[in-house]
Design a protein around this ligand. Sequence first.
Ligand code: NAI
Length: 341
Amino acid sequence: MITTAFFDTKPYDRPHFDALASALGVSITYFESKLNEKTATLARGFDVVCAFVNDTISERVIDTLYEGGVRLIAMRCAGYNNIDFKAAYGKIHIVRVPAYSPHAVAEHAVALLLSAVRHIHKSYARTREFNFSLTGLVGFDLYGKTVGVVGTGKIGRVFCDICRGFGMRVLAYDPYPAADLDVEYCSFEALCRESDVISLHCPLTEESLHLIDRASIALMKEGVVIINTSRGALIDSHALLEGIRSRKIGSAALDVYEEEAELFYEDQSATILSDDVLMLLISMPNVLVTSHQAFLTEEALSNIAETTMASIDAFGRGAFMEHEICYRCDHCHKREGARCF
Ligand code: NAI
C-alpha cells in the first residue's frame, strides 16, 4: 500500500481524497501543519507527500523528505513557484494538477471584479446594519470598457470569454500569444496604458515578479481596477498601496498576497497582524481581499483529488506520470514517454 503524508489539511480537502483512497490502495495520513523545514520530518517513512500552495519545498525540505524515504511530491495545485526543482531533480519526482477548473478561478476573478466595481462588499456591510444609503456607491458599467488580461492560458482565456460577454474590449499580453483566441494582443506597457481593468492570470516567475510595480502603475489610467487571482508577488504590495493612496488605482481586488503564506487559510481574527501593508490594504474602502479561495468549488476539489490520486496510483505502479514536471522538462525523459528522470 502506498503511504501518503498530506500536509496543510483543511476540512474541505478530506472527503474528496478519502472517497478515492481505499479503492486505489492508498493510505493517507492527514497533517494540519504546513510542510516546511520544521515539519518535514513528519513525513519520515512515507512514500509520498501531498502538498499545497503555501508549503515551503526548499532544498533542505527536499533533502529531509528524501532521507526519510519520500520519492514523490504530489502538489494538489497548479502553481509550483514554492518548489526548489533543481534540488528535487534525480531524487524526488514532482507531479501537479495542471488544470482542475479554470472556470472556478476565472469566475472568482469576475466575482471580485463585479464586487469591486459595484461596491457589493460595502453594500453588504451597510444593509446588515439597516443602512440603506447609496451615497458613495456609484459604480461604472463594464460594457464598453477595456479589460487587460495578463496571461491567456487556461484561466485567462475563460476570463476573456466572460468579459466579452459583458461587451468589454479585451486586450491581452502574453509572451506566448494563443493563435486561436479572439483578443487584441499588445505589449504589457500598452495594456497598462489602455485598460480600465487589469486582471492577472500568469504564473509567478523571475520575469513576472512585481510585474505590477511603481513603473507599470505610473503608466495606468486614473481609477484603474486591478484584479489578482494568480500569485501575490506579481504585485509589489508597497507600490499598490501607494497607488491606492494617491487615488491612481480606483480599486484592487486580491485573492492572493505576496506575504500570504503564514496568514491565509487560517483564522487570524484574534491575532494582531504584524504585516502593516496587508492591514492598510484591507482597511481601504476600495480594496477587497479574499483568502486564496478562487479555486474553492466542489468541481475543482473533486478534480484536484482525482488527478492527484491518479498520479499517486501511477507512481505506485511504476508507470509514466502524465502530470510530472521538472526544471528540465523540455529536455528530460518525459519527451520519450518516460518519467522525468
Ligand atoms: P496556464 O499555464 O494555462 O497559463 C499561464 C499563461 O501565462 C500562459 O499562456 C503563459 O504563456 C503566460 N505567461 C507566462 N509568463 C508570463 C508573463 N511574464 N506575462 C504574461 N503572461 C505570461 O496557467 P493557468 O492554469 O491559466 O493559471 C494561471 C495562474 O493562476 C497559475 O500560474 C497560478 O499562479 C494561478 N492560480 C491561482 C489559483 C487561485 O486559487 N487563486 C488557482 C489556480 C491557479
